[in-house]
Design a protein. Structure first.
Length: 492
RNA sequence: GCCGCGUUCGUCUAGGGGUCUAGGACGCCGCCCUUUCACGGCGGUAACACGGGUUCAAAUCCCGUACGCGGUACCA
């Protein structure tokens, strides 16, 4: 089985966040590049944190981003089921196998007893004592209890967990595809709980078992898992399986370098859920492109990629190992870049829908023309509908700073004269509007800018927008003349 | 505290002993185009965390320190 098989394995404890999407993306890229398989596995072993619609959000978000899943709860596949809650029997079978072989043991300590142990052993040198080779001898488990006692406890249904037996004196090392060799002393690895007292496996057991049965070749996940990888390695060894290649991605940090927690991010105005980016009108291509470059680079100066382009050049070797700060401004730039590459029809349709929802009914062809003029001037598609009111109704006010800067003593008179020219009859083409304006300013022996700026202000109410003459041609001479006269009246 | 992983312009990064007076991108500033908006083009700003070592030569290798992040749960 040399086929690459990778998985994205989120737990449905909340909506998909950008870190998760990036992890999914890197997995996807490796799969597509190698002709391998991209698997989605739902790790829902924690019933206390389960969020009902999280799985739907994950599925929908992956689709939105264009990451097609080959095998998963929705896509199906030969290694299913793809929800861990539906695979309990498998985990339990291997848990007892581990106990039988001596690689794991039963522990009967109650949460209170655990707390008491930690409280008792706590010291400045060791603020958080672990359940490990140093402490297990004083606890209630199948290592310290007699076989008869253990059998009785088990038979009477006493709550218990299964723990991994970690022997001291060993060095556990593995080669990480992005960090090279990483080693841990087994003394600092605790006797990880494998099966909880509710009978559910923990992440560690379920993950290893599933990765094995799903023939996963590369585990690509966030760096937060690096420290638990020795436990996983131990499990693979105890189960007699070969561990897949590990690749731990650098974490995405907030713009100030701290962790990108939901709360911290909100304080800094950084959305962390992909859904929020969707709602804010980011292009999926832009988010994907930006996330791909966050911790990875192609090795040359190229930055703009679509999914297919990323698939071609991606490589695990070029993934960095230092945490990366999230930068909304650069994302915005990517958004503008991708926006410009979109077909006008696509944007026009979306803009028409957005306009309609605000009660502005307009001709599709007109919107298409407008979008054509605006497409390369905005960074977000939403601006096409929110900053273009003057295409649909006369401006109600005039930008204050613009007036201060551009509206001179002779502006009103010039603007009225221009209006008169338009009223005399003019072809609705940019060239005609431009010619008329230049002729007028030449006659008056003033610079064209003397009229261009006031005219823009009069026609749109703002100083920003498409080329003046293109805009006027689309608006039509009648509308323009009316607006010019009105501005002259209002601004004097 | 302990363990792990990191550390090149403000940010994302290239670079992996000499080609580094450290390259690209975002942002910012200026200029050009346009006597208009923007796109675009051009230019500028700005970095090898610190200290030791190895070497003829270190951003690059080694050690230490500092700092950051992660882990240290019957969460994932």
């Amino acid at each position: 089985m040399s086929q690459v098989r990778v998985r994205f394995a989120p737990s449905p404890t909340g909506y998909l966040h950008i870190g998760g999407l990036r992890t999914a993306l890197y997995n996807y890229l490796l799969a597509r590049q190698t002709g391998g398989t991209f698997i989605l596995r739902i790790e829902d072993t924690d019933r206390t944190r389960f969020v009902a619609d999280a799985e739907d959000d994950i599925l929908a978000t992956l689709k939105w981003a264009g990451l097609d899943v080959d095998e998963g709860p929705e896509a199906g596949g030969e290694c299913g089921p793809y929800r861990q809650s539906e695979r309990s029997a498998l985990y339990l079978r291997h848990a007892s196998e581990l106990v039988d072989s001596g690689a794991a043991y039963y522990a009967f300590d109650t949460p209170e007893e655990l707390d008491a142990m930690r409280e008792r052993l706590k010291s400045p040198q060791d603020p958080s004592p672990r359940y490990d080779c140093h402490t297990r001898g004083n606890m209630r488990n199948s290592l310290t209890l007699s076989p008869d006692d253990v059998a009785t406890l088990l038979a009477t249904g006493t709550p218990h967990v299964v723990r991994l037996l970690v022997e001291p004196g060993k060095t556990i090392s593995f080669v990480d595809a992005v960090r090279d060799q990483v080693s841990f002393a087994s003394e600092v690895v605790d006797d990880q709980i494998l099966v909880k007292s509710d009978g559910m496996p923990t992440y560690h057991l379920a993950n290893v078992v599933d990765d094995h049965y799903m023939s996963i070749t590369h585990v690509i996940r966030g760096e937060e898992w690096l420290s638990s990888t020795p436990k996983h390695i131990l499990l693979y060894e105890a189960l007699g399986w070969t561990a897949p290649t590990m690749a731990h991605l650098p974490l995405i940090l907030s713009p100030t370098g701290g962790k990108l927690s939901k709360r911290a991010a909100e304080r800094q105005g950084i959305p962390v859920l992909v859904k929020q980016y969707q709602d804010a009108g980011y292009e999926p291509e832009a988010l994907v492109n930006y996330l791909a470059l966050l911790g990875w680079n192609p090795g040359d100066d190229r930055e703009i990629f679509d999914l297919a382009g990323l698939v071609e050049v991606f490589s695990l070797e070029r993934v960095g190992s230092a945490g990366v700060q999230f930068d909304l401004e650069k994302l915005a730039w990517f958004n503008g870049q991708h926006l410009r590459r979109l077909p006008v029809a696509n944007l026009a349709e979306r803009t028409a829908t957005a306009l309609a929802s605000t009660g502005i009914e307009v001709d599709a062809a007109y919107v298409t023309e407008m979008v054509g003029l605006m497409q390369e001037r905005v960074a977000f598609a939403s601006e096409l509908a929110t900053t273009t009111g003057y295409f649909f109704s006369d401006p109600m006010s005039y930008d204050e700073n613009g007036v201060k800067k551009r509206w001179k003593d002779d502006s009103a008179e010039l603007v009225v004269a221009y209006a008169a020219t338009l009223e005399a009859g003019i072809e609705d083409t940019p060239e005609a509007f431009e010619q008329a304006l230049r002729q007028l300013t030449e006659t008056r022996e003033v610079g064209a800018g003397r009229l261009i700026h006031p005219a823009r202000l009069a026609v749109s109410g703002v100083t920003m927008g498409p080329g003046l003459f293109e805009m006027m041609a689309l608006l039509g001479s009648e509308t323009c003349a009316r607006r010019l006269r009105r501005a002259a009246q209002v601004l004097g």
